[in-house]
Design a protein around this ligand. Structure first.
Ligand code: 13P
Ligand code: SF4
Length: 331
């Protein structure tokens, strides 16, 4: 079947079966174009909550589809590929428990720890966080969520992305440490788990230097999953949607080099927008989903044999939902 046939078939099944296709900005262009709802991870979670169609076909990574199911378990959520974000895989329930234990060993009682998990984590982590009174954040609301968390007067355990945790701390004038870096968590406000995004680690201070030397007036815009050494050199740091808004607000003659996933930057690319890396910064898992996969998933709904449906057990949903709802309640 050609791309055109896939596209028209997908549109037909959407209408006939009541399916909403959701796509993250990092998806391949041909998949992204099929999205009824597109956006960054916060926008997708909020908009899926309001969606009335019974079927959601989510083109993104595993934790995103899982979050939609947790927020509204009555929805039937399918993913053309249940591709797992590499960062989300860096922490499981036992690593989470070890992190709490590490803080306890340093004299911080469990009741004085408030965990915050980046949405890039498995449902089991969100459930642990919910059970301890904590909440979820995304890259676009992280400062707001951390401010709210700090109102509790507790130490913040931030998982799994050390870079996002460190970047928020710097932004808010707080002290952070990373578990395993040898420092005492008692001296920090935000204690970060040592996870990271391998895609956003590709951007280095040398890349910034290269572009600044080449075009002295260039702007540098990066995602907060980049290392603090890189964000410190940037003109703008923001989530995927915030980056798009920033780039669109610039004078068309203004050069800008962008440090985030390739598919998004490439979509925005014109003569003045550059990818801030000599290596192609593609997220392998986001790229797994093809137009053919999307078509096959749609067809499986029509055929009454849904493929790759997302299920989360009731106990996990119960607590993970608390953590997600606490985030969604903060406007
Ligand atoms: P956004 O919240 O900006 O969509 O980021 C999700 C993500 O996985 C970035 O790597
Ligand atoms: Fe996960 Fe990084 Fe891919 Fe985002 S870009 S989905 S954090 S691996």
């Amino acid at each position: 079947m050609s791309d055109i046939d896939y596209k028209s078939e997908i549109e037909r099944i959407k209408k006939e079966c009541g399916v909403t296709v959701v796509a993250h900005f990092y998806q391949r262009d041909e998949v992204f174009e099929m999205g009824d709802i597109t956006g960054d991870s916060l926008e997708l979670a909020r908009r899926c909550k309001e969606e009335t169609n019974p079927w959601i076909v989510f083109c993104g990574v595993g934790f995103m589809g899982q979050s939609v199911k947790i927020i509204d378990p009555s929805k039937r959520v399918l993913m053309p590929k249940i591709a797992c974000c590499a960062m989300a895989r860096m922490i499981d329930a036992s690593y989470f428990d070890d992190s709490v234990e590490f803080m306890e060993k340093h004299g911080i009682k469990k009741e004085n720890i408030l965990p915050v998990t980046y949405i890039n984590s498995d449902a089991t982590i969100k459930a642990r966080v919910g059970q301890m009174g904590g909440l979820v954040c995304t890259s676009s609301n992280a400062s707001k969520i951390i401010s709210k968390a700090l109102d509790s007067g507790k130490k913040i355990l931030f998982v799994p992305d050390r870079c996002l945790g460190q970047n928020i701390a710097i932004d808010m004038g707080l002290k952070s440490c990373v578990i395993g870096d040898g420092s005492n968590p008692k001296d920090a406000d935000i204690i970060c788990f040592d996870g990271f995004c391998s895609v956003h680690q590709l951007f280095t201070p040398a890349d910034v230097e290269f572009y600044r030397n080449r075009y002295p007036d260039i702007k540098i815009a990066v995602h907060p999953e980049c290392d603090p050494k890189v964000t410190a050199l940037a003109d703008f740091v923001g989530s995927t949607s915030q980056l798009i808004k920033y780039i669109k607000s610039l004078d068309p003659e203004q050069k800008v080099a962008v440090g985030t996933e390739y598919n998004l930057v490439n979509r925005l690319r014109d003569k003045n927008t550059y990818v801030l890396s000599s290596t192609k910064p593609e997220c392998p898992t986001m790229n797994e989903t093809t137009l053919e996969d999307l078509y096959k998933t749609m067809k499986s709904i029509e055929d009454g044999e849904p493929l790759n449906e997302i299920f989360v057990d009731d106990n996990t949903v119960k607590y993970a939902r608390v953590a997600l709802d606490r985030m969604l309640d903060i406007k």
